[in-house]
Design a protein around this ligand. Structure first.
Ligand code: CP
Length: 313
């Protein structure tokens, strides 16, 4: 087992292609561990992992918590309601306070882009970005890459459409550059009002319509409409959005035979995916969630230098 070339994972670009492959290969070993009856390894015994989630999360927070427990780390959970941020404590002061307690790894989710970087400047611990504003969500990209590689066995030549709220999507901000770096061809699909000012910076082709590109796609990655981050109304109605960009019965029937649907969750049923599309076997959302535990175990293990004996136990 090798080592990562970075100390922190703030952006997907912190990881080289070789780092990404190392994480995915390590995650495969942990996925096997997660399929056992006894899912616990002693690998990170005595290490302290803090989940500093200052914005809501179901999947990311829970899977990091499960990952820490399965590796025998001591895991601490902090949320807005249980941290002194509600009393006005700054992020710098929170970081310095946690640093004084000798934490080994902090996973942060925060509404402001760049918050994970602030921690790196004020703590000695390794930092993982669990989602910062509209910026990046690198561990989501890693679990998505794991899912795509398990399904197709490769990235080169795959056609991936990322559909929806590109402008507000930290998931797209990490996934699109990673896929292009690994040889996939990415098309972002959205109305102009849901695209960033320079979509080319994602390294992707751009389409304002879904129908002209749908039938070439191997992966149809549907993004959630993030009503909490949309300052002005960029859509006439959600019903109109679903008609133009959602996957329902008709578009399901037009997908390539081997095509998969992915979604980071949580889903707005009836908006980006109909209930039929959520429930189809093509939709790998729950496989992604399952892979998320293994991928986060791998990342913790590689950053904290877990011992090989622990992995084999
Ligand atoms: N995919 C994702 O980040 O989900 P949560 O917001 O539930 O963590």
């Amino acid at each position: 087992m090798g080592a990562l070339s970075c100390e922190h994972v703030l952006n997907i670009q912190d990881l080289s292609n070789a780092d990404i492959m190392l994480v995915l290969d390590t995650a495969r070993s942990f996925k096997e561990v997660n399929e056992r009856t006894i899912k616990k390894l002693p690998t990170l015994r005595g290490r302290t992992v803090v989940n500093l989630f200052l914005e809501p999360s179901t999947r990311t927070r829970t899977s990091f918590e499960i990952a820490a427990k399965r590796l025998s780390a001591d895991g601490i959970n902090m949320s807005p309601s249980t941290s002194a941020t509600v009393k006005g404590e700054s992020l710098v002061d929170t970081a310095q306070t946690l640093d004084a307690m000798d934490c080994d790894l902090v996973i942060i989710r925060h509404r402001y882009a760049g918050s994970p970087y602030v921690l790196t400047q004020n703590m000695r611990a390794h930092i993982i970005n669990g989602g910062d504003g509209k910026h990046q969500h690198p561990t989501q990209a890693l679990l998505d890459l794991f899912t795509i590689r398990e399904k197709f066995g490769r990235f080169e030549g795959l056609e991936v459409g990322i559909v929806g709220d590109i402008a507000h999507s930290r998931v797209c901000g990490s996934l699109a550059p990673a896929l292009t770096a690994l040889g996939a061809r990415v098309t972002v699909v959205a109305p102009p009002t849901l695209l960033p000012a320079c979509p080319e910076a994602l390294g992707a082709d751009v389409s304002f319509e879904l129908d002209p590109v749908l039938e070439k796609l191997d992966v149809v990655y549907m993004l959630r409409i993030q009503q909490e981050r949309i300052e002005q109304s960029p859509l006439p109605t959600l019903r109109e959005y679903a008609r133009l960009y959602g996957i329902g019965t008709d578009r399901l029937a037009r997908l390539k035979e081997e095509a998969i649907i992915m979604h980071p969750g949580p889903v707005n049923r009836g908006v980006e995916l109909s209930s039929e599309a959520v429930d189809t076997a093509r939709n790998l959302l729950l496989y992604q969630v399952n892979a998320g535990v293994a991928v986060r175990m791998a990342l913790m293990y590689l950053l904290l230098g877990g011992d090989k004996d622990g992995l084999a136990a």
